[in-house]
Design a protein around this ligand. Structure first.
Ligand SMILES: [Zn+2]
Length: 151
């Protein structure tokens, strides 16, 4: 979306938000508070992450960007219809938001933890916490409206 503002990346060690000027995207960076390395290359990567029980912690809880976690299942037709909307949104929000596709069949522990009883189901995470949820089917306008405060 608007790329006039500097990007912000959360340090995965201390959680501090660090401003990353557009000119520094792709370069080595360090957290201004704790000095840990920050990988600015994620700002160039607009592809959704495939997330299961094994990488949920790394990809979602410790994400440097806010995360839209799309809980879905391959046997859910509404999920499959929603998938292209999610993919498009991932491209549009590159550098501002991480999109995580959580296949509930491969993430049963996580799905139980967040009490996912039906799919599709979207949770929004930031700094390791679930801050917002959108149950059921969504369209692009709803995503833009509900996620605007995180972008
Ligand atoms: Zn830090």
């Amino acid at each position: 979306m608007a790329s006039i503002n500097p990007y912000t990346l959360r340090c995965s060690d201390c959680g501090t938000r660090n401003r990353i000027p557009a000119a520094k995207v792709g370069a080595a960076a360090r957290c201004g508070k704790c000095g840990s390395a920050i990988d600015t290359r994620v700002l160039n990567d607009g592809r959704p992450r495939m997330v299961s029980d094994t990488n949920f912690e790394a990809e979602v809880i410790r994400s440097p960007l806010p995360v839209l976690a799309f809980f879905w299942a391959p046997w859910c037709s509404t999920c499959l219809k929603t998938m292209p909307i999610i993919d498009r949104f991932a491209g549009e929000t590159r550098g501002r938001l991480r999109i995580a596709k959580v296949n509930v069949d491969k993430a049963q522990r996580v799905s139980d933890h967040y009490d996912i009883r039906a799919v599709p189901y979207i949770y929004v995470f930031d700094n390791g916490r679930a801050l917002d949820n959108l149950p059921g089917a969504v369209d692009e306008a709803q995503l833009k409206y509900r996620l605007a405060r995180y972008l």
